[in-house]
Design a protein around this ligand. Structure first.
Ligand code: IMP
Ligand code: MG
Length: 178
C-alpha cells in the first residue's frame, strides 16, 4: 500500500498539530452554542472523529453521504446518497469535509442546508485544492491548502482504497493512469 505513494504531504504529527489549531478556533466560536456537526461520508470520517475529540462544547453529530466522484475523475454531478437524520431548521451547522476540490459537493450541501432553514452553515475542511475550483465556495476553517495532486490517506481514497493510511500522501500517477 505504501509503495503506491509518491510522497507524504502531511504527516500524522503535522495533521495532529493543525487539528489542535482548527479545534481551538471552532471552540472559540461555538462554545456558547449547540451546533450540529455534519460529517460528509466517507472521506471525512477520520478527520471528523479526530476533530470531535478536540471540540470542547455541546454539539450533535449527523452524517450525510454525497457523491460526485468516479475513480480519480469528478463527474461534476452531485448525488445525495444518504440523507441526514436531523432537522436542521434553526440550527447552526458545521460541515466537516475531507477536501474542497471543484467545490461542487460543498456548494450543493451548503445550499441544501440553507434551503432547509439552517441558521448558519460553516465549512470545516481538512484540505483545500484551490487550483481545481469550478464553483464559488470557500472553507471557513481549512487545515491545509494543497498542490494540485491526487491525494489519498487519512480518509481520502482512490476507488475506496488507501483511506486507512495515517498520513495524507500523493498517489503515484501510475496507479490511476492505467
Ligand atoms: P468536489 O465536489 O469536486 O469539491 O469534490 C469533493 C470530493 O471529491 C471530496 O469529498 C473527496 O471525496 C473527493 N476528492 C477530491 N479531490 C480528491 C483527492 O485528491 N483525493 C481523493 N478524493 C478527492
Ligand atoms: Mg468526499
Amino acid at each position: 500500500m505504501n509503495n503506491d505513494i509518491e510522497a507524504v504531504l502531511y504527516s500524522q504529527e503535522q495533521i495532529d498539530r493543525r487539528l489542535d489549531e482548527l479545534a481551538a478556533a471552532l471552540t472559540n466560536k461555538y462554545h456558547n452554542q449547540n451546533p450540529l456537526v455534519v460529517s460528509v461520508l466517507t472521506g471525512a470520517m477520520i478527520f471528523t472523529s479526530d476533530m470531535l475529540k478536540r471540540l470542547n462544547f455541546r454539539l450533535n453529530v449527523d452524517l450525510v453521504d454525497v457523491s460526485s466522484y468516479d475513480g480519480a475523475n469528478s463527474t461534476g454531478q452531485v448525488k445525495l446518497l444518504q440523507d441526514l437524520k436531523s432537522n436542521v431548521a434553526g440550527r447552526d451547522v458545521i460541515i466537516m469535509e475531507d477536501i474542497i476540490d471543484t467545490g461542487r459537493t460543498l456548494k450543493y450541501l451548503v445550499q441544501l442546508l440553507k434551503d432547509r432553514g439552517a441558521k448558519s452553515v460553516a465549512v470545516c475542511a481538512l484540505l483545500d485544492k484551490p487550483a481545481r475550483r469550478e464553483v464559488d465556495i470557500e472553507g471557513d476553517y481549512v487545515g491545509f491548502t494543497t498542490p494540485n495532486e491526487f491525494l489519498v490517506g487519512y480518509g481520502l481514497d482512490y476507488n475506496n482504497l488507501y483511506r486507512n493510511l495515517p498520513y495524507v500522501g500523493i498517489l503515484k500517477q501510475a496507479v490511476y493512469a492505467n
